[in-house]
Design a protein around this ligand. Structure first.
Ligand code: NAP
Length: 485
């Protein structure tokens, strides 16, 4: 069934306190290629979410008391199992999300790499001893797990957005509850199956899947037993979840939307820039938070870049992600296609020129053709909004100051990219861009060792890297007095 080597990885119940939990009703998970049913999944809601929080709370003492080495061994088992089952996990991901299988398998390796990384990093949660203001005292700083962590994740990276959070939380000694997007619960449940096989104890990693995003979200943002809430998703939803967390003053991390500028200066290696723009724009059919959203090209290389980029885009193959050689799968829904198409049509009406694409593809109602627009200006809606689809608006510019100002003229601040070979320009632009991550002559920037996250309305907190663990740790200050004879 589904072409899986291990059929036990296709689960359709929530995973709570080490058990598979059925609910009174079901919901249907569909394949975005043709909207066909993949499987019916038991529809958990508020009650099941409360049970999951209770399980996480009850297992917290046991999990946090384990040594970092013991936790690392269990996380390492989980990592190994994910990599051993990479093909099946990739297939499940492509079925429910649509991205090409090679990309899906890449996401599994990327997600698993965070589990491996944090398994080790958890051994390096060091404290501190600070010189005290008087001789009869000592000041000691220790770090402790924040407690129960709750999380809500989006459909565009159904595995990695969970792995990146859960790995750090579990390594720090926290227990975890995740509610994945209703379009993509299957990757999350497969992760739970492997967590169980890895020996991660009941209650430490819980997955609740259900349609009631709002109701489940209220539990996860307001329950008094939850110490920290971490969200990946749109800025609009993130803002309301922050407000909900305020009632119990939870520690909060937000990985929100982006509007990445991709800047090509006259002195850039244009071929490298084209390659960088292709991967940063068309991966996952343009549906990633760090996807290039606006391409700024300096006048001197505008024609060369546009011609080469158009040639590369015209070679992209659209189709079912399970078919060998496909680069562009379906978008997540027909609504997403309609939203992107409206941005394109509105831009053309406002004076932009269509170079290629610009419409739904004959492959199906969820497919949109890879598209390039030229003559775009930074005040058009397509430049102001997160496109989240396979569309590249090209905006020309004259000089460095002008392009930095245009790039920064957005409420978002997640990723930015630029191509130049002038060392002075590189430093000035890297420091001038108001974004949390900057790719310099690079179109793919995320990895375990690097701090992933945004500034401005793209969120707060960092995932991955040595900084990523801090989001799951509290600092405790011990003042030891009375040391005089
Ligand atoms: P979304 O609409 O904000 O949904 C994200 C998650 O929030 C889903 O699980 C969704 O559940 C849930 N949700 C929606 N409304 C909710 C509510 N009122 N209460 C509780 N939960 C609620 O975002 P999306 O369209 O799925 O994902 C795309 C967005 O995520 C983009 O803006 C993208 O940039 C951002 N993103 C950011 C990062 C990053 O690291 N910065 C990474 C990936 C994606 P349902 O889907 O089940 O309704």
């Amino acid at each position: 069934m589904y072409g899986l080597a291990d059929k036990q990885l296709m689960k359709n119940f929530s995973y709570i306190n080490g058990s598979w939990h059925s609910s009174a009703t079901d919901f249907v998970v569909t394949n975005p290629v043709d909207n066909s049913e993949i499987i019916k999944v038991s529809n958990a809601g508020v009650v099941e979410t409360q049970l999951a929080v209770k399980a996480a709370k009850n297992s917290l003492k046991m999990w946090s008391a384990k040594s970092a080495n013991e936790r690392a061994q269990l996380l390492r088992n989980w990592f190994n199992l994910m990599m051993q089952n990479q093909d099946d996990l990739g297939r499940i991901l492509t079925l429910e999300q649509g991205k090409p299988l090679a990309e899906a398998k890449g996401e599994i390796a990327y997600g698993a790499s965070f589990i491996e990384w944090f398994a080790e990093e958890g051994k390096r949660v060091y404290g501190d001893i600070i010189p005290a203001p008087s001789g009869d005292k000592r000041i000691i700083v220790i770090k402790q797990p924040v407690g129960v962590v709750a999380s809500i994740t989006p459909w565009n990276f159904p595995n990695a957005m969970i792995a990146r959070k859960a790995a750090a939380a579990l390594a720090a000694g926290c227990t975890f509850v995740v509610r994945p997007a209703k379009q993509t619960p299957l990757s999350a449940l497969a992760m739970a199956e492997l967590a169980e096989r890895a020996g991660i104890p009941a209650g430490v990693f819980n997955v609740v899947v259900g349609e009631d995003a709002r109701g489940m979200g209220e539990v996860l943002t307001q329950h008094p037993d939850i110490a920290k809430f971490t969200f990946t998703g749109s800025t609009g939803v993130g803002k309301s979840l922050i407000q909900q967390c305020a009632s119990s003053v939870k520690k909060v991390s937000m990985e929100l939307g982006g509007n990445a500028p991709f800047i090509v200066f006259n002195d850039a290696d244009v071929d490298a820039a084209v390659q960088g723009a292709m991967v940063s724009k068309y991966r996952n059919a343009g549906q990633t938070c760090v996807c290039t959203n606006r391409i700024f090209v300096q006048q001197g290389v505008l024609k060369e870049f546009t011609d080469k980029f158009t040639k590369a885009v015209s070679e992209l193959v659209i189709g079912n992600g399970l078919t060998q050689g496909v680069n562009i799968g379906p978008m997540i829904s027909a609504t997403a296609v309609a939203d992107v198409d409206k941005l394109v049509k509105d831009s053309i009406a406002a004076g932009a020129s269509l170079v290629c694409g610009g419409k739904q593809d004959s492959a199906g109602e969820n497919f949109y053709q890879p598209t390039i627009l030229t003559g775009v200006t930074n005040d058009m809606p397509i430049a102001a909004n997160e496109i989240f689809g396979p569309v590249s608006p090209i905006i020309s510019f004259n000089n460095e100051d002008e392009v930095i100002a245009m790039a920064n003229a957005t409420e978002y601040g997640l990723a930015a990219y630029f191509y130049s070979r002038d060392i002075g320009c590189i430093w000035r632009v890297a420091e001038g861009l108001e974004f949390g991550m900057v790719g310099i002559n690079e179109g793919i920037i995320s990895n375990t060792a690097a701090p992933f996250g945004g500034v401005k309305q793209s969120g707060n907190g960092r995932e991955g890297s040595k900084y990523g663990l801090d989001d799951y740790l509290e600092i405790k200050y011990l003042c030891m007095g009375g040391l005089d004879k």
